[in-house]
Design a protein around this ligand. Sequence first.
Ligand SMILES: *[C@@H]1O[C@H](CO)[C@@H](O)[C@H](O)[C@H]1NC(C)=O
Ligand SMILES: *[C@@H]1O[C@H](CO)[C@@H](O)[C@H](O)[C@H]1NC(C)=O
Ligand SMILES: *[C@@H]1O[C@H](CO)[C@@H](O)[C@H](O)[C@H]1NC(C)=O
Ligand SMILES: *[C@@H]1O[C@H](CO)[C@@H](O)[C@H](O)[C@H]1NC(C)=O
Ligand SMILES: *[C@@H]1O[C@H](CO)[C@@H](O)[C@H](O)[C@H]1NC(C)=O
Length: 399
Amino acid sequence: MNLFYLATLLFGSSVIASGPSRLYAASYAGTVSSLSLTKSGPNYELTTLSQTTDCGTSPSWLMLDKQNEVLYCLDEGVDLPNATLTSFQIKSNGSLARITQLSTLSGPVASEFYSAPGLPGRKFFAVAHYSGSAVTTYTLDPASGHFDHVQTFTFEMAAPGPVPARQDAPHPHGVTVDPTGQFVLVPDLGADLVRIFYINSSTGLLEQQQSLVAPPGSGPRHAVFWSPKKADPSQAHNVRFYLVTELDNHLNSFEVTYPANGTIAFSKGQRENTYGEGSTPPVGSKAAGIAISPENNHVVISNRNDETFGPANDSIAIFSSADRKGQSPTDVCFVDLYPAYGSFPRQFEISSREGKVALALQNSHEVAIVEWNDKTGSPGSLLAVKSLDGEIPAVIWGA
Ligand SMILES: *[C@@H]1O[C@H](CO)[C@@H](O)[C@H](O)[C@H]1NC(C)=O
Ligand SMILES: *[C@@H]1O[C@H](CO)[C@@H](O)[C@H](O)[C@H]1NC(C)=O
Ligand SMILES: *[C@@H]1O[C@H](CO)[C@@H](O)[C@H](O)[C@H]1NC(C)=O
Ligand SMILES: *[C@@H]1O[C@H](CO)[C@@H](O)[C@H](O)[C@H]1NC(C)=O
Ligand SMILES: *[C@@H]1O[C@H](CO)[C@@H](O)[C@H](O)[C@H]1NC(C)=O
């Protein structure tokens, strides 16, 4: 019997993490902060270990290579002609030492790693550029954190979309890799599409395929895949794709199949309002982040600017996506709204190891740590909060 199993027997399924936990937060004030979450008695506290301004003027997104302790930071380059991408070596005291910095097209807002079986020593990442209307790709040496630019795809639209103020041009907003590791998917808020790229397994180069079309004016922002826990990824049975559309505040579910001609195919499931069916999304509200719960049976979405829980107190929407045995029903089902404990919960990350969710409360200028209740599959009480300078678009857990 290993210790993890023993701890699970003794304390139930919530994991007892020992010692301080590390987090990294991006701020539009131009800083990336290393934070430490400590517990004394029943109380948690978030403290700043170190801060760097080396990511650029508007850090928007963070991506951690846990194994190699390298942090990748996207700087959106707000109001600048170009943006930057930076890798950092994480020191044991939390300080961040810059490794590589590249100039890129404006507006990078999300990224994800992928790999190519034919190049086992390397990794890759794709970046969605909102204002730059583009997707760029990079190859990296995981051990050193050095990376180089590989590809640029730029997109155009003949005419603005149904929501012209936001759909004046293509606006790639998210990056997701499918469970088989063969496809990169990029929700495009401006074009009402999910752009699909095949990963060439020998070169790691992306090859664009036919896009998935989203409802007009819906504004695709972020997406996640769901697959049965412990499934063999090469089998890829019973896979789902969940897309959050920002402009109409909906969760869109799809069944995923892999035709023999080397494509990925989607059949439309249900669309559900992120405030529950029959509700009207509050004026000015904008759905943002999406994740699968650690128990693999819920879809979690952050709602911004809805003030469901009072002034500057937005919500987290929970949908059930599978039962406790991991059986996925045909469709997701809205469960309830839970407090986000602040304004504009943008990106968030649930840590199964911690049993907590870290929320980037953009307009509160805060990072919040909220209990994750694994029995109900929903956020619980507020454990700690940290005020930082500037708007906070992203926070992630450390290794
Ligand atoms: C953290 O450690 C690095 C070396 O690993 C050192 O250069 C830096 O000064 C340290 N920072 C603090 C705040 O102690
Ligand atoms: C900087 O931005 C300009 C204008 O969009 C673009 O043409 C150029 O390629 C960008 N530089 C890089 C390194 O991407
Ligand atoms: C991957 O790229 C190589 C080199 O360009 C090419 O020969 C091969 O056909 C590509 N594989 C697929 C599956 O597209
Ligand atoms: C691949 O096969 C699927 C299912 O038969 C079909 O719908 C799709 O059009 C095909 N795509 C290409 C590019 O051949
Ligand atoms: C937000 O709402 C929750 C639930 O009513 C409450 O506990 C919390 O104090 C409220 N405000 C903030 C800023 O967290």
